[in-house]
Ligand binder design. Structure first.
Ligand SMILES: Nc1nc2c(ncn2[C@@H]2O[C@H](COP(=O)(O)OP(=O)(O)OP(=O)(O)O)[C@@H](O)[C@H]2O)c(=O)[nH]1
Ligand SMILES: [Mg+2]
Length: 351
């Protein structure tokens, strides 16, 4: 049995074609359609109930709750299927793709995603700025959450999964992107992406707004916390500060007690601080991620430090050139260096 969850808000005029095409695509299968409507002013729920006489549709009309993700989660609670499909009502998600999503699961995937960004997929007729925002948002998400870094379209609203993936998982209805929530918190091994063309909506209006971008960032932040990535960032910063102390302290010792040349003493002092940071990051920040051999981690860590220093220097020079105060320029350079080093180490050294 397959459950198809469709959240709706003012989609009345799309329902008939939607149900017709789903039924045709799934004619040799057992399925149910679950419409979760937030009491749409255009009475989408009423239309769905009428069409329910012809198609296997169940309608949930929510009157005291609103929001896309919570609607989808409500649909999960009502679903009877072993395979659950989520899609939009506005026909941007062609029902003809559903059999491919289901076949992927029957062939061993736990989650299958209809993807705009794998080979063969695309978003049709989008303004260039919408493409940039969409791709940029995905890139930020993949960088912020290493668990999903290999997934090309982790924010698709069109996907299918085995019921077990979300069993006993506490999904939070924040944000617009329930798939992200499932990819981070769900229990699964294999994900497959199926290319599809995301068309223009047939009728009705978009509910996507500027506010969603902010909500998306908030959602990412919560998932980063959940994943422990924020903890890592904090630990990495603390270690970085300890490195400053080691660097300054050893430099002072070399110069004052050993009488070394100031111009050269800074080099071993810096190396000692890099080693200090490596040790703490290895046994604390990234202690659960020692997948590479020790010498490779050590080598990569040095490479990250060097890359960070070069980035810092380059940004410093550019900002000096545009007229910033040198201390401000350096501070911004340090900020960028921090990000570069964190990402390098998180994804490569301990990746
Ligand atoms: N129940 C419920 N459904 C919603 C809500 N917001 C959006 N939807 C539905 O979720 C689906 C996706 O919303 P869309 O407005 O199409 O978002 P989009 O596809 O990113 O934007 P467009 O490309 O402009 O269509 C549609 O089926 C909407 O009717 C909501 O608050 N509650
Ligand atoms: Mg849409």
């Amino acid at each position: 049995m397959i459950s198809i969850i469709i959240p709706t808000y003012n989609e009345r005029e799309n329902l008939e074609e939607l149900f017709e095409r789903i039924s045709r695509a799934l004619e040799d299968r057992d399925f149910e359609i679950i419409i979760v409507d937030d009491d749409s002013p255009d009475k989408t729920w009423e239309k769905a109930e009428i069409l329910g006489k012809i198609y296997p549709v169940r309608v949930i009309r929510r009157t005291n709750e609103k929001g896309l993700s919570s609607a989808v989660i409500r649909g999960f609670e009502e679903a009877n299927g072993d395979i659950i499909v989520v899609m939009d009502a506005d026909l941007q998600h062609p029902p003809e793709v559903i059999p491919k999503l289901i076949e992927a699961i029957e062939h061993g995937a736990d989650i299958s995603i209809a993807s705009r960004y794998v080979k063969g997929g695309k978003a049709e007729n989008w303004y260039w700025w919408r493409k940039v925002i969409s791709k940029g948002a995905i890139m930020v998400g993949r960088v912020a959450l290493p668990k999903i870094r290999n997934i090309k379209d982790p924010v698709s609203g069109f996907f299918a999964f085995k019921r077990e993936v979300i069993e006993n998982v506490n999904l939070n209805p924040v944000g617009f992107k329930i798939l992200l929530e499932i990819l981070i918190k769900g229990k699964y091994e294999k994900v497959i992406e199926i290319p599809f063309t995301f068309g223009l909506r047939k009728g009705g209006e978009s509910k996507l707004s500027q506010k969603q971008i902010f909500n998306y960032l908030k959602h990412l932040y919560r998932l980063m916390r959940w994943e422990g990535e924020i903890d890592r960032l904090v630990k990495f910063s603390v270690v970085g500060l300890s490195g400053v102390l080691v660097n300054e302290g050893t430099l002072w010792g070399f110069v004052e007690f050993l009488g070394w040349d100031k111009r050269l003493a800074v080099l071993p002092a810096t190396e000692l601080s890099v080693l200090n940071n490596f040790v703490w990051n290895d046994i604390w920040t990234f202690k659960d991620l020692k997948r590479k051999a020790l010498y490779l981690r050590l080598l990569n860590f040095h490479f990250a430090a060097l890359t960070g220093a070069l980035v810092q220097w380059a940004i410093y020079l550019v900002l000096l050139h545009v007229g910033l105060h040198y201390l401000v320029a350096n501070l911004i350079g340090i900020g960028f260096s921090f990000i570069v080093r964190f990402l390098f180490n998180r994804n490569i050294t301990w990746g």
